[in-house]
Design a protein around this ligand. Structure first.
Ligand code: APR
Length: 403
């Protein structure tokens, strides 16, 4: 009897084995628990890490609706702040768009992801949910059967396993779910956008009452409030840049120049507590299902942070998948599950399209050749149309907040 066979035969089982305790995995888990569907969440990291990992925090109106619909919005209602203004700064001046009066008139809600994740897992555990921290999913076995199983390893390296009727891969881009897909099972659409950002978290109050998008000949700069005491900044940098090569002084000097602080007001400085380089790239898996293995969130596809869609797509997919799993496991209706992939991909591709539009709005095409100079004129026309055309502003608002 092989090790994996002994692991399989001696393990636990449930209806749905969920890999990953991020927004996708935790929304899915809470909804399945509420519907009385058995599930377990396997999370590689420990609770402290999951609850303190600062990532996104810009929730679309639909995400707030989903969380409210399922009683998951208490923390968000207490600590979230509605937000609806973008400020664009260019060499030709600046303009603001208050999108609460554009398109469908919906705002974003600023609520740090680590606080949302903490709310979701606290609620899941308080309701009797089974969440295994420090339990890594090593591989998903037999996904094309009605008894897929997940090989696991705990913090001490001890092997284990969980069998389910279904496995939900919500373990991100580098997780076990993607790794366990047989060759040719899905197609991966990829695009490297050729742009990199230095992603910064500063212990400084926001300097604008808006999301700031600065388009400067030295490169893009972005300003996003996170809390009254912390601000996320982005600085376009050379691909392959090491974060350590940017001192705090150099960061604030460059932000000051690109945000045109001399014209529009000084930035509040503070300690830089997080500095990472993000290469803007996207990928989309198709289909989002292989037999009894489903993919949601970043495991289904990576989207660049240019339009703050990642966490919102994760929550949307989690609700669609949860309702479809309940229909199958509780109501013996496999229809919605068979439509899960197509429904999610329609939202994902729309978000990818807008995310690329934002990349082309905010960044100059590299180089000085004819193509680059032509693209630059197109980019300037895009900015000018956004500044002056109400129709374009409505389209922008619907896609910026919509998901
Ligand atoms: N086994 C168990 N857990 C794993 C494994 C594994 N092999 N690999 C990764 N994980 C866990 C990670 O530790 C993480 O907690 O899976 C979780 C995935 O969570 P997220 O990365 O937040 O992914 P998702 O829920 O899809 O949300 C993605 O959130 O932060 C935003 O913009 C970001 O788009 C992203 C979105």
């Amino acid at each position: 009897m092989t090790d994996s066979q002994s692991v399989r035969d001696t393990g636990d089982s449930t209806d749905v084995v969920i890999l990953g305790a991020g927004p996708a995995g935790l929304v899915l888990a809470n909804l399945l628990l509420d519907a009385g569907v058995g599930c377990v969440v396997l999370e590689r990291a420990d609770r402290e890490h999951v609850q303190t990992r600062a990532r996104a925090g810009f929730l679309a109106a639909n995400t707030v609706r989903v969380l409210e619909r399922h009683g998951l919005a208490d923390g968000l209602r207490r600590g979230g702040r509605e937000h609806s203004v973008c400020e664009f700064r260019t060499g030709d001046g600046r303009f603001r768009l208050d999108y609460s009066g554009l398109g469908r008139g919906e705002p974003h809600t600023v609520y740090p992801q680590q606080e949302l994740v903490t709310d979701l897992l606290t609620r899941f555990l308080a309701a009797g949910g089974d969440l295994r921290f420090a339990t890594e999913a090593v591989a998903v076995h037999d996904p094309d059967t009605t008894q897929p199983w997940v090989e696991t390893r705990d913090a001490d390296g001890r092997p284990g396993r969980w069998t389910g009727r279904y496995v939900a891969g919500c373990d991100g881009r580098h997780g076990a779910a993607r790794r366990s897909l047989p060759p040719g099972a899905v197609r991966i659409h990829r695009r490297d956008h050729g742009v990199s950002w230095l992603g910064l978290l500063a212990e400084a109050p926001p300097s604008l009452d808006a999301v700031g998008y600065a388009m400067h000949e030295r490169g893009f700069a972005g300003h996003m409030a996170r809390t009254p005491e912390t601000t996320r900044y982005y600085l376009q940098c050379e691909p392959g840049t090491s974060p350590a090569s940017w001192s705090e002084e150099r960061i604030w000097d460059e932000l000051t120049v690109r945000m045109r602080a001399a014209d529009y007001g000084a930035l509040h400085h503070g300690r830089i507590v997080q500095s990472t380089v993000v290469d803007l790239e996207s990928d989309v898996l198709e289909p989002l299902r292989h037999g009894s293995l489903f993919l949601a969130g970043d495991a289904a596809g990576l989207i660049s942070p240019s339009a703050a869609k990642g966490a919102n797509l994760a929550v949307l997919a989690a609700e669609i998948l949860a309702e479809a799993l309940v229909d199958d496991l509780r109501n013996a209706d496999p229809g919605p599950l068979s439509r899960y992939s197509a429904r999610c991909l329609a939202h994902i591709w729309r978000a990818q399209e807008f995310s690329l539009w934002m990349i082309r709005l905010l960044h100059r095409a590299p180089g000085q050749d004819d193509e680059a100079l032509f693209q630059e004129q197109l980019r300037r026309a895009r900015v000018e149309s956004l500044r002056t055309s109400r129709t374009h502003q409505d389209w922008f608002a619907d896609n910026y907040v919509g998901i």
